[in-house]
Ligand binder design. Structure first.
Ligand SMILES: [Zn+2]
Length: 437
């Protein structure tokens, strides 16, 4: 019988080959996905505090310095979601300086959950205000006079619930505990969406001040009436002033005052290497409903700023901890020292400029010798937006998957080609056999 002497049927063999190729494609894709996962840097627990340990260190510090520090806890809730905020107040009590002539400074750290480095700067700054008298060997005693003229309120972890999610492994999350971006929940130009609006990153909430964190911060700003506000973030390195929701800076004397403080700080401490300007103009995208725009437009803070203190441009987009936070001890220490010194110089510049502009009264500056610029490094951080870089990274991940899909399609086409040519050969052979016999 012709059938018994024929080679094994072609179709099952081709099916087996196709199956093998499909398995190979799946394995390769899984390996690629595993590689992407493997490149994600975890939180460096040896460098970074947990939120609990950071809080207990702050409490211990406050207990050691009741003459200079005090701490309040504020709790707020809305529609089943609640949060608490810790506010540390530094007030160097001196009979010689009346509280009414002091400059009020409000600093917030950790508004975005994934930017852990900012809260480490907050803790270190509190040490410097109380018991640490040197930064990287530089004596800070000349700043004592400045500090006597300030009341500083520090919010070390504005987004405690969001930060806890990050600590549990959601390393790319910047939002609060129920998915709202706290830097989009304020009422100035709230809810407006740009073409490149990212609903994951920039969810503004259901209404202005829908979030308890923003409610507490608004109350704090209205009761404390700061002269200077700094919203401290990471993702790049920059010194921003309003506006975030348009690509211009405000007009007039107030804008001149803000710009002069930032430019002096940039010149004295960063050798002009920092990006300075309006958030909306310099960062490359507009942001609506931000805290700094509210502080300027509504609370009328004379000097409202946003500082971006660190960013790693080389980190892949899925590697959020590395993108927003230093991961080795040398860089970690350098960033903390550099920005603590930057705050001291900012206080000095702010105090002098506010008094020159007669926003606050004179006093207490007689023996001050300006310093700074000793702890300086050139900014190696890029000027591109971290959010844009994140998108680029996602694109790269998709590209990798697309490449594997193309390879799979190519092998399928090759298989089909082999299948067709084999059939045509068989037909020719069968036809030959007919002629042969
Ligand atoms: Zn941020």
């Amino acid at each position: 019988m012709a059938a018994s002497s024929a080679p094994p049927p072609l179709l099952p063999r081709l099916l087996a080959l196709a199956l093998t190729l499909a398995v190979v494609a799946v394995v390769v894709s899984a390996a690629a996905a595993a590689r992407i996962r493997a490149s994600v840097t975890p939180i460096s627990r040896s460098l970074y505090h947990s939120s609990d340990s950071l809080l207990s260190d702050i409490k211990a510090l406050v207990a050691r310095h009741p003459d200079k520090l005090s701490m309040d806890t504020k709790i707020a809730s809305n529609k089943g979601y609640s949060t608490e905020l810790f506010i540390v107040t530094f007030n160097h009590v001196k009979e010689s300086t009346a509280n009414s002539s002091k400059i009020h400074v409000l600093l917030s750290f950790g508004q975005h959950g994934r930017e852990l480095i900012t809260s480490e700067v907050a803790l270190h700054l509190l040490y410097i205000l109380t018991e640490k008298h040197k930064i990287a060997g530089v004596d800070l005693s000349s700043f004592e006079k400045i500090l006597e003229n300030l009341v500083i309120k520090v919010v070390p972890m504005e987004n405690l619930n969001g930060r806890k999610r990050v600590e549990e492994g959601e390393l790319c999350d910047r939002r609060n505990g129920r998915g709202v971006d706290l830097n989009r929940n304020w009422s100035v130009d709230w809810g407006k969406k740009e073409k490149d609006y990212d609903p994951y990153e920039e969810n503004p909430g259901t209404a202005p001040f829908s979030e308890p964190e923003a409610q507490i911060m608004r109350e704090l700003s209205k009761s404390f009436k700061p002269h200077m506000w700094v919203n401290v973030h990471s993702g790049m390195e920059a010194l921003f002033m309003p506006y975030d929701h348009k690509n211009t800076t405000p007009n007039g004397a107030s804008a001149h005052l803000m710009r002069s403080v930032l430019e002096n700080l940039n010149h004295r401490h960063f050798q002009d290497s920092c990006l300075v300007g309006s958030g909306g103009g310099a960062v490359g995208y507009l942001a609506h409903g931000t805290t700094t725009d509210y502080m300027y437009d509504i609370v009328k803070v004379p000097m409202p700023f946003t500082f971006e203190i660190y960013g790693d441009e080389t980190a892949t987009t899925s590697d959020c901890f590395k993108m927003f936070n230093p991961v080795d001890k040398t860089t970690f220490d350098r960033v903390i020292n550099k920005w603590c010194m930057a705050f001291l110089i900012l206080f000095e510049e702010g105090l002098r400029n506010l008094r020159d502009a007669q926003v606050v009264s004179e006093g207490g500056m007689d023996n001050f010798v300006p310093m700074g610029g000793d702890i300086v490094e050139r900014s190696s951080a890029g000027k591109s937006s971290p959010d844009k870089r994140k998108l680029e990274g996602l694109d790269l991940g998709m590209q990798e998957l697309r490449t594997y899909f193309r390879l799979f399609m190519l092998s399928t086409v090759l298989l089909m080609f082999m299948f067709c040519s084999r059939i045509s050969k068989n037909r020719n052979r069968d036809a030959g056999n007919i002629f042969d016999t």
